[in-house]
Write a protein that binds this ligand. Structure first.
Ligand SMILES: O=C(O)CCC(=O)C(=O)O
Ligand SMILES: [Fe+2]
Length: 562
């Protein structure tokens, strides 16, 4: 593909992106083969953004070119590429609204990779994988040669096809004040380049990795990455320096839930086992839970099917509003955090299902039906376990159930693609869940870790089991007797991990506060009351680290009363 062809396609298909299944980077859906060339142009658009290439400048009539004082028409990509090739001031090309507020090195890297992507000979262009690594600073990139087809615009500056800024539904009329070059002409000027040019791209790992760490370029993220890099935002999620030592065994308690359907002794023993697990771990594995294995498998498949949809289909559910009933994204609050997880997620409300069913993803075709069945079963299971937890706290069986009102169920499906540098990043940073109980299912790839006694303990995949953890709502309701436990997701270099975490909490308007039977003169309230909606919003909007949202509503127990 020549640059001109790429420009045409960019012009006509600017919004058509799809995910490359394997390497999880953005490509342009309409392009078969040379997506990298188009990527190079997209990169130039993003980095220089408004003023010339996109033609926002009305004075220039929305063209991707401008006329200099000597009357010559300059094609902006050519000018930009020349600056990059000659080692000029890349900051001068930056969107002026950014007030030169960018990291020159980062920008130079972006600019160079953009120019390598639009080399005339496809063999000289980097692979998507190399693009990603260069942008991340893992590989170094040398200055590129000026693409010959851009050189053609210098040589034939009066013969330029201008593309207007109108949407692709309008025809792309040449705006030339003279003749036009069509793509075949440009092709003829773009002969293949020397075989050794690719060598000049030579990318070598830097001696040490950059300090800011999350390497996350998935379907959503390449664009975010580039935009944020241009805005000089720190979007990397670093591991905490004092990472606790990782215990190597999986020691969370295992509870046979069939005990809750047995004799009274059996029930009480199971209640005690759950109470002990909540008090000491906040996490436990359940067996004999009553959810059909086939349903679990179908749910995992439906979720996987969603993540494998084309990018544009998934993006229908992207939202920056943390309270949106359906959300597809990456970190919980990407615009605010500028710190990204190595994962994509789909998060939406479940119970009461009739309120939300119609909003759920309509693809893959069986997603809604399977999810409905799974969430209904999981809701019943959550209520059953909540009964045992209530009893274990010395409350009535139905205390927690009643406190939920209509209740709220949220399913968060997480998709963690393989990561080339897994030890340097996280799929999901340490956090506690805002709800009462989370019931989690994972595919056969490990990655969940629970903080216990100052160490991170892995929770391995065990077929047919589910993992339960208590969240902030139960910590608050128990007046701190049970603690919601921090957990996180790590990633690996080989396999995609999928987890489906279903959280259960009260209806949005419910007041979140300690259960009154658990508050007295001796046990003063440890948490300030708030509505669940406000708490959830605060939790979802904060940088997802540790338990800070919960700490924000803690009282000084020595001074405050219920
Ligand atoms: O992927 C996992 O195992 C953890 C998921 C999780 O903690 C969450 O979605 O809240
Ligand atoms: Fe979680």
């Amino acid at each position: 593909m020549t640059v001109v062809e790429a420009l045409f396609i960019f012009r006509l298909a600017a919004s058509e992106f799809s995910s490359a299944k394997n390497n999880k980077v953005i490509v342009i859906g309409a392009v078969v083969g040379s997506a990298v060339a188009l990527l190079g142009l997209v990169v130039i658009v993003i980095w220089t953004r408004q003023r010339r290439f996109r033609g926002n400048d009305e004075a220039r009539g929305g063209r991707n070119s401008e006329q200099s004082k000597d009357g010559k028409v300059k094609f902006f990509p050519t000018g930009a590429a020349s600056v990059v090739v000659e080692g000029g001031d890349v900051i001068s090309l930056l969107d002026h609204r950014l007030d030169e507020n960018a990291d020159t090195e980062e920008l130079r890297r972006i600019a160079r990779v953009a120019c390598w992507c639009i080399q005339d000979d496809e063999n000289n262009r980097p692979t998507m994988g190399q693009v990603v690594q260069i942008l991340e600073g893992v590989l170094e990139v040398n200055p590129p040669p000026l693409p010959r087809s851009l050189q053609a615009f210098i040589d034939n500056h009066e013969d330029i096809v201008f593309f207007t800024e109108e949407s692709s539904s309008q025809s792309s009329q040449p705006q030339s004040n003279s003749l036009s070059i069509d793509s075949s002409q440009a092709k003829s000027t773009a002969s293949t380049t020397d075989g050794d040019q690719f060598q000049r791209l030579v990318t070598k790992p830097p001696e040490k990795l950059p300090p800011r760490i999350t390497r996350r370029v998935s379907s959503i993220l390449l664009i975010q990455y580039l935009t944020c890099a241009c805005c000089h935002r720190n979007m990397f999620l670093a591991l905490p320096p004092e990472n606790p030592i990782l215990a190597s065994h999986d020691a969370i308690p295992v509870i046979d839930l069939s005990g809750l359907d047995g004799s009274i002794e059996c029930r009480m023993m199971t209640v005690e086992a759950i109470a002990s697990a909540c008090a000491h771990w906040g996490f436990f594995r359940i067996i004999s839970h009553g959810i059909e294995i086939s349903l679990m498998e179908e749910m995992l498949k439906a979720v996987e099917g969603f993540f494998e949809l084309p990018w544009e289909e998934k993006m229908k559910y992207a939202s920056e509003d943390v309270m949106n009933p359906v959300r597809y994204g990456t970190s919980l609050n990407t615009p605010k955090q500028h710190a990204l997880h190595w994962r994509d997620y789909l998060r939406h409300f479940g119970h009461p299902i009739h309120n939300h069913f119609h909003l759920w993803p309509s693809q893959p075709p069986n997603y809604r039906v399977v999810t409905k069945e799974y969430l209904e079963e999981i809701w019943k299971l959550a209520i059953k376990i909540s009964g045992a937890i209530s009893k274990g706290l010395g409350l009535e069986w139905d205390y927690i159930e009643k406190s939920l009102g209509e209740g709220c169920q949220i399913v968060a499906s997480n998709y963690y693609p393989p990561c080339p540098q897994p030890h340097l990043t996280l799929g999901l940073a340490s956090h506690s869940d805002h709800g009462g109980l989370t019931i989690l299912m994972q595919n056969e790839v490990d990655g969940l870790q629970v903080k216990h006694g100052g160490a991170w303990v892995p929770v391995h995949h065990v077929p047919a089991t589910l993992v339960v953890n208590i969240g902030d709502y139960i910590e608050i309701l128990s007046n701190g007797r049970y603690k919601s436990v921090e957990h996180r997701g790590v990633v690996n270099a080989e396999r995609t991990r999928i987890s489906v975490a279903v959280g259960h909490g009260p209806e949005m308007t419910a007041i979140v506060a300690p259960a009154s039977p658990l508050v007295d003169e001796k046990n003063k309230t440890k948490y300030r009351p708030t509505t669940y909606k406000d708490y959830m919003r605060a939790q979802q909007s904060s940088a997802v680290r540790g338990k800070s949202p919960l700490q924000d509503i803690m009282t000084s127990t020595t001074t405050e009363n219920a």
